[in-house]
Design a protein around this ligand. Sequence first.
Ligand code: COA
Length: 175
Amino acid sequence: MKKMKDLADDYEIKPLSDIYISELLKLQENAFLNLENEELLRRNSEATLLDCLVNHYTLGIIYKGALIAFGILYFGKLTSENIGYDLDLNPDEIIKTANIKLIIVHSAYRGNGFQRRLIRELETEAIKRGFKTLACTIAPENFYSIRNFEACGFGFCKQKQKYNGLIRNIYSKKI
Ligand SMILES: CC(C)(COP(=O)(O)OP(=O)(O)OC[C@H]1O[C@@H](n2cnc3c(N)ncnc32)[C@H](O)[C@@H]1OP(=O)(O)O)[C@@H](O)C(=O)NCCC(=O)NCCS
């Protein structure tokens, strides 16, 4: 695994456009290759990831020209994708809720705190856009992700069946 000191701060963090679709898909496959348990992660289709690049906010970490991590801030509006519904918020609060939909760090670059960096950057962007609540779902066995979201101030709300019956913990943060 490559540690930050080896990366020599030589990485760039920037919003991604649709030209990154194939890199996003590759990184998602890397995550599945290194997953102990397929239930930890939901595989997103190319169309979903393209929608995230075009209509939502996807932040990438680029190192030596390659995408090594990304995080998606998702604006669910009044659709069932908005986790605000699982938090029992009223419609005014739901519309001001954004999801952190997915964060993936390439297996070779884990351990550099990139997930926490991405969560904080996505939170800053959500505040800029006027959102008041951030929410996410995490598999109960995804200890690394739970630890990072809690370190960023997210609190556990409830456990629920989501996504074709998969059990997910729902976390949120007032921003
Ligand atoms: C969850 C995830 C984003 C965390 O990556 P990260 O930001 O690099 O993790 P951290 O910097 O907090 O790592 C802390 C320690 O845990 C280890 N670690 C992190 N993720 C790990 C994993 N999936 N498996 C084994 N060890 C892992 C790191 O190597 C590091 O170890 P060290 O202290 O010995 O160096 C990454 O594991 C990942 O991409 N997982 C697959 C996708 C996923 O589950 N995303 C979250 C759902 S939203």
